[in-house]
Write a new protein. Sequence first.
Length: 95
Amino acid sequence: MRWRCFFMPKNESEVVKMAAKNNLLPKEEKFCLMFRKYLGNGKKAAIAAGYAENSASVTASKLLKKANVLKRINELAKDAERKTIMEQRWNARNG
């Protein structure tokens, strides 16, 4: 069995729901998800989230200074860590 490292929404309405739940704008939520996907590359995450490519580095820097964005990124990291541990345990038992 293979566990996903983090939850990736299937459509834009899921992003909107997740954003509202986490007190973020939809673009900010998408940035957080993309930040995890691109392993901490803020510029790539900002571009993937729909921010302008020519100012993506500056945008990422500004987003990473917002407390609610950092909190969400940390939540996603903890979730990924928990799922990795579960996968390791599964593989150890069913190897």
